[in-house]
Design a protein around this ligand. Sequence first.
Ligand SMILES: [Zn+2]
Ligand SMILES: [Zn+2]
Length: 171
Amino acid sequence: MRRCHACNFWILPGGIRDGDYQYCCDTCARDGPIFPLSTQLPKADVRLKALQIHGGRCPACEGRGPVELRLSYRVWSIVVFTHFSTRSQISCRRCGFKAQLRGLVYSTVLGWWSLPLGVLVTPVQIMRNLWAMVFVPDPQQPSAGLLRQASLQLARERLAQERLARERGRA
Ligand SMILES: [Zn+2]
Ligand SMILES: [Zn+2]
C-alpha cells in the first residue's frame, strides 16, 4: 500500500497527489512543501538542529534529556473494524515510557474486539510498546528518526521565515 509522504501513514484509495508526492489528507498536503524542502537542507544544519533538540529540555515535561523521537502504538477494534496507529512524540525517556504504557493499556483493553484483525494486531501492538519501553534509542546521539524530525522542524521554520519576509516585502 502507498504511504503518505508527510506522515508515513497508509494512503486509502484516493488520497491527494502533488507532483511526485502523495498525501493522505488535507493537513498533510498543506504541510507538503515542508517535506521536499526538508530533504534538501544541508546535512550539517540538520545534525546541529537534531543535537539541539537531543540535548535540550523535554518539550512535554521540561525535564532533562536525552530528548528523542519516541513511538507508541495503539489499536482498538469493534466487531469487524480495527484501527491501529503509531503515535510519535519528541520527549524525554520518562514521557516516552508513559506514552508507551498508555498505548499498552489502551490496546490491551480495546484491541481484541474484532475478528480476525483485532486478535492478530493486538499482541503485535502490545509487543511493540513493550519493545519500545525496553530498547530505547542510543542516548549518545540523535537517532535517524530524530534527524528526520529535525529536518522537518528546520524546513518548517525556514518556510515560516520566508513567508514572513514575503509579507513584510508586500507591506
Ligand atoms: Zn498523511
Ligand atoms: Zn519529559
